[in-house]
Ligand binder design. Sequence first.
Ligand code: COA
Length: 162
Amino acid sequence: MKIAIYPGSFDPITNGHLDIIERATTIFDKVFVAIAQNTAKDPLFTVEERLRLIKKSTNKNKNVEAEHFTGLLVEYAVSKKAHAIIRGLRAVSDFEYEFQMALMNRNLREDVETVFLMPNEKYTYLNSSIIKEIARHGGDVSNFVPEVVNNHLRQKFENNNF
Ligand code: COA
């Protein structure tokens, strides 16, 4: 059984993330979509909300599970008996940061590999921040996020003055 971890902030999950998850499940038997704590970020959605959105967006794929972890990614990967960490590469600008993380993770645990997958080019300019920015100003993000995320974003910005 080949297991992979797809870590990230997922604040919120987008169609670009789902594209990577689908690709990963063609290579691995089980993919854990894992919400990590990025201390540099101040998330809009709570961990529970993000988990729920990932679960609802991936519930058709039985090989996908969503979890939250704290601590080091490599330790979490080892605890799940994972063979690889999946990361998406959207553009050259992602490379330096991803290269640094992959090499640091390998330094911490030599037995955990990082596998890079490229999303469909229509998602290469997406990230969660730009989605939140458009939604905050009432723009239409329905082409870029699953329906459940779109509804959640609308509710969030209707009910709060962000
Ligand atoms: N489609 C759309 N957007 C994508 C994407 C895709 N395929 N791939 C990445 N992104 C976006 C994300 O939405 C995110 O956007 P944002 O910055 O606007 O929120 C951005 O690209 C990259 O973020 P993400 O993939 O969520 O990773 P991250 O940089 O927030 O976090 C972790 C990286 C979580 C993997 C890292 O912090 C970690 O491993 N933390 C655990 C602690 C640890 O082990 N640290 C040591 C690491 S060496």
